[in-house]
Design a protein around this ligand. Structure first.
Ligand code: THU
Length: 142
């Protein structure tokens, strides 16, 4: 593992610079750290049809799966905030849809990743299984 908690959070922060968030002005970056040392990031992508917005975590998961990566997901870092306020508010934890998206990658690699939700006063550390207990997944379809 070549990434660390701090470097994964830094990668999420860097990724947030790529956010396309002209409607909410809320920029989010996510970084997914794998057991082989690789890191895949994403940023939120909004749309004039607001409900079509893609969260940062979902963008990162799309990058992972479409690149054919099937490694063991060990950790996820998420950071967000308005421009100039990134990471300064309450910890940003993955929305419900993103928990399910992350769970797909975790289950493929048989892991229960640590999720670091970055806030101004604290970095909330929580397992994905605590964010999404009794998750539905690939095994349900066999
Ligand atoms: N957002 C994320 O990217 N990830 C989350 O887990 C929560 C919300 C984005 C979606 C939207 O572009 C903006 O934050 C405000 O909801």
């Amino acid at each position: 593992m070549s990434w660390t908690k701090d470097s994964l959070i830094a990668a999420a922060r860097d990724a947030a610079a790529g956010a396309y968030a002209p409607y909410s002005q809320f920029h989010v970056g996510a970084a997914l750290g794998f057991a082989d040392g690789s890191v895949v990031t994403g940023a939120n992508v909004e749309n004039a049809s607001y409900g079509l917005t893609l969260c940062a975590e979902t963008v990162a998961v799309g990058k992972v799966l479409s690149a054919g990566l099937r490694g063991r997901l060990e950790a996820v870092a998420v950071i967000g905030g308005k421009a100039g306020q990134l990471g300064r508010g309450a910890p940003v934890s993955p929305c419900g849809r993103c928990r399910q998206m992350l769970s797909e990658v975790a289950q493929l690699g048989d892991s229960d990743p640590t999720v670091w939700c970055v806030g101004g006063d604290e970095v909330l550390e929580i397992r994905l299984s605590a964010l999404l207990p009794h998750a539905f997944g690939p095994a349900n379809l066999t």
